[in-house]
Design a protein around this ligand. Sequence first.
Ligand code: DAH
Length: 356
Amino acid sequence: MPTAEPVTLEQFIADLDALQQQASDAFAAATDAEQLDKARVEFLGAKKGKLKLIQKSMGAVPNEGKRDAGQKLNAVKQAIQQGFDSANERLGAGGGGDAKRDKTFDSTLPGKRFRIGKLHPITQTINELKDIMGRLGFTPADGPEIEDDWHNFEALNIPKVHPARDPLDNFYLSVASKTGANDSVPELNVDSPLLMRSQTSTVQIRVMENRQPPVRIVSLGRVYRPDTADWSHYPMFHQIEGLMVDQKVTLADLKTVIKLFATSYLGNDVPVRIRPSFFPFTEPSVEADYYWDGKWVEFGGAGMVDPNVLRHVGYDPDKVSGFAFGLGIERLCMIRHQITDIRYLFTNDVRFLRQF
Ligand code: DAH
């Protein structure tokens, strides 16, 4: 390092005094934020500011004067900073002492709101229904959305010739043919097709296959059917499925649970009725309705689990009995929120979704 010319303490102090004066004059002369900022850089700039330059020359002050030199330097530094601060305030920038502050900033305007995310209305409904069923003693259970023939149809007593298996009513998946004739062309395996499940009743089978009675489960999830979308149809929707199997479970138990479930969600005074119906997996089968806005609205299907279904999962229909019910979740969500078209739910328009 080149040795600097020695600087006397007196000289150093005089330089600092002169600098303080210059800075004070420059700050006083500034008539707008831009000029003031120029002056700030000139005197207080972190790299090439004049104060910084003088500070560097302190190394050339003889040792015995260093202490006084340091003290003087600090005092001048403070004085210059204060000079800048008051000029800054005089020019109206105020606050943090930043002369570059945006002059268009209006501190009286309200701040920007944080957008807080929300659960989708269907998810909210699912959570509520799960809660209601939980209070009735039903534990949540899950199953896959891609199902096989056994769980979606066969075990549910839906025979091979049943119209519910129609390819026009189901999303069958093309999977590589097991024959190996041409592996590169996916084909539908007609004997054992895979499909997007068309109902959550599949979960009944999956649960019963793996557990012995008593069983009391509820399953909520997506199902898929190739329906043309309109105000009340969508190719994907959600169902809730309940299942209870134990000794001596009766239709009266089913009625009680349906009634409690419906009134918990829709309100204590909502009338609920049950009428005969048919489903392959229940015998007898019923359909439940509730009275809403002057008319009966379909709630869902239900019934006593068909003995064939119990046998398919290895239960003994002479020893245990059960009931099951299944219904669409979208309609319940739409009724609650007065949503008039199911498609709104799946368009992902935040202006719509934010309301719930
Ligand atoms: N799985 C039927 C459907 O998708 C609904 C249903 C009806 C479920 C009767 C049940 C039941 O558990 O017992 O239309």
